[in-house]
Write a protein that binds this ligand. Structure first.
Ligand SMILES: Nc1ncnc2c1ncn2[C@@H]1O[C@H](COP(=O)(O)OP(=O)(O)OP(=O)(O)O)[C@@H](O)[C@H]1O
Ligand SMILES: [Mg+2]
Length: 406
């Protein structure tokens, strides 16, 4: 996850000083949970579109397949929120692992879960909690994490999700102790996450996710990627509207420059954030890293000029990936990242085009976790099995950039 001090941050700070002033005490409370949260941006305390009081939560009952848990049940599930059950900590609060079984409530299916507990200090927390329940309660897709239930008792706010066995992409990419992800797995994760975003953008009532980043991409046991954290999600523009106007929120290093500057939110802002994550997957480097020399601290600024220069491409690709990919696949993936990161939002591809571009870059992964094409190469001394299938014709009128990617 990125840190403060980027160009984007200065821009946000300049454009939203007023919001920052209102927010600081609460933001400080959230940040005090964990140092790593300090990159989260400002909140929309006065956004009239989102209900704020408890009475608004009663509508949740309409999402019939979600379970309303009591606090006592969640204490049973997490063994009284045992410290050694903590999975992680974010801006919203602490996440615990837990297990639902017959002892919790008769008739409940046995399954492992993750329980997120809202940190009570922040007013913003209830709003994000409600947004998450409202969006995830209605949306179902293989690349969105499933919200199993919630708890809304007195001032306690909790969320219960399906348990994602491999945790976040952030941990797999950036924790020194984990085995580096293979090229095939990275491309599979990119495709899964892209499908999740495409689903949101193409929904009957389109949704802008607004907080796309590696810590919000969770991985199942087979590395299926699922988007979590819908606290910042926003209904997309309707009818003739070209954008939604909002206070700037999101995470430094991932937010699109035009959104940071104007507060005008479109689905193309998510496409930019996707480009940042794709770049992180390709380079193995964080979007913002203050330990790098000055000009290299912003991954996008450093890598973008190299992304469409065939001679310089290999300078930026993660050295851990050496020998695992064809040059052509790297070029295509880098080119896709380049267009997603276009300064001009209209030059960015649609997420459905991103999905189409990534599909031919998929390689099957063998039972032992080694991509099949690598094994083929070892056996047959040829990389032909890895060659991408020719891309399907680009059909969308707004997809010029994505077509060029191919
Ligand atoms: N459903 C889940 N299954 C397994 N682990 C989870 C699940 N949800 C969250 N986690 C773990 O908890 C950590 C904290 O998640 P959380 O979403 O609260 O914070 P974050 O994504 O790091 O930051 P932010 O608040 O900016 O989103 C994640 O990084 C992940 O490791
Ligand atoms: Mg998160």
């Amino acid at each position: 996850m990125g840190n403060c001090g980027t160009r984007e941050e200065s821009a946000v700070a300049a454009a939203h000083v007023q919001v920052q002033n209102v927010q600081l005490p609460q933001q400080a409370a959230r940040n005090s949970l964990s140092g790593k949260k300090q990159n989260r941006s400002f909140s929309e305390m006065s956004d009239p579109s989102t209900p704020r009081n408890f009475a608004d939560s009663r509508n949740i009952a309409i999402y019939t397949d979600m379970i309303a848990f009591t606090l006592f049940e969640l204490e049973t599930i997490t063994k009284s929120f045992r410290p050694d059950y903590v999975l992680g900590e974010g801006g919203f609060g602490t996440v615990y692992k837990g297990y639902i079984d017959e002892n919790v409530r008769t008739g409940l299916k046995s399954l492992p879960v993750a329980v997120k507990v809202l940190n009570k200090q922040g007013l913003q927390g209830h709003k994000e909690w409600l947004t998450e329940v409202n969006f995830l309660g209605q949306l179902r897709h293989p690349n969105l994490v499933k919200l199993i239930g919630y708890c809304c008792e007195d001032d306690h706010r909790l969320l219960v999700y399906e348990f994602m066995f491999r945790g976040s992409l952030e941990n797999h990419l950036f924790r020194k102790t984990t085995t580096p992800l293979s090229w095939a797995t990275r491309m599979m994760i990119a495709l899964g996450a892209a499908k999740g975003l495409a689903f949101l953008h193409n929904a009957e009532k389109p949704v802008i996710y607004r907080d796309f980043k590696t810590s919000n991409i969770l991985l199942d046991s087979d590395f299926t990627a699922k988007l979590s954290d819908f606290g910042l999600a926003k209904a997309g523009p309707q009818g003739d509207e070209t954008h939604v106007s909002t206070r700037v929120m999101g995470t430094y290093g991932y937010a699109a420059p035009e959104y940071v500057m104007t507060g005008h939110l479109t689905s193309r802002s998510d496409v930019y954030s996707f480009g940042v994550v794709l770049l992180e997957l390709l380079t193995g480097q964080k979007s913002i890293d203050k330990t790098r020399p000055g000009k290299e601290q912003s991954l996008v600024d450093w890598a973008r000029p190299r992304l469409n220069d065939k001679k310089k491409l290999l300078q930026i690709v993660d050295p851990n990936l050496e020998g695992q990919h064809s040059m052509r696949a790297v070029q295509k993936a880098c080119s896709l990242a380049y267009y997603c990161l276009s300064q001009n939002p209209k030059a960015r591809p649609l997420m459905s085009d991103v999905v189409e571009t990534l599909e031919p870059l998929q390689e099957s992964i063998g039972a032992n976790g080694v991509p099949d094409c690598r094994m083929n190469r070892r056996l047959a001394a040829t990389s032909m099995g890895c060659r991408p299938i020719p891309a399907a014709k680009c059909s969308s009128p707004g997809a010029v950039a994505a077509c060029r990617v191919r």
